[in-house]
Design a protein around this ligand. Sequence first.
Ligand code: GLU
Length: 256
Amino acid sequence: MNQELIGGAKRIVIKVGSSSITGANESKLDGIVDLAVRLMDSGKDVLIVSSGAIATAAPMIGLTVKSEDLATSQALASIGQARLMARYERSLARHNRIPAQILLTVDNLEEDVTRTNAQRALERLIEIGVVPVINENDSVATQEIRFGDNDQLAARVSGLFGADLLLLLSDVDSLYTAPPSEAGAERIPVVSFGADLSEVQVSGTSTGYGTGGALTKLAAARQAAENGVGVILTATENVSVLDTEECNHTWFEPAR
Ligand code: GLU
């Protein structure tokens, strides 16, 4: 089913979290880039929403624990964003492609002028054939005025981009009725639009330097679905087969 869903989409947003592409998982970024390029080569418009700036910067300045201090997080984001983009640049160069960075704040998407500018720039980048890589502009965002997590950013960007599919990559391969480590947790393959998920128990905790968890993924998937964007939630480790083979995922049906 995932192949059909991907095959039928014209505009795709790939959302990747910090823990999937930093630290021990640094080499996994290539797999995500390979997927993006395969989709582009098959005629689809693709953009990547990527976290990982703060997690990339922390070890560069000798930090091992997540900082609670806003100024430090803002500084880390600005250090790590450059390194993160350099990694996308190297990875895309293997395919003779280049990335383009767009950093957004909530305000940018809420104000008409900046939203339209971002949209126009995106359209031109797609025409040129480069890969837009979007992150939150953490260095200028404050705790109060943030998307909160890049899952939320991805849902909003999917709407801005007019995407018909959001690939939400995660540590787990699907939504489960309870945390997958718990006995009796069952995989939920499809979430119909408007389905009642009040019985589903999801954890709000994130891993490592990212801010998202199953809860933010679920909220983002539902928001995207409300905006008419279908969502495939699956594990980052599935990227090499996602578009060619069947693999575990949850499909969130979009509003019609
Ligand atoms: N934008 C942050 C970063 O790139 C991460 C936010 C998130 O993981 O949701 O480091």
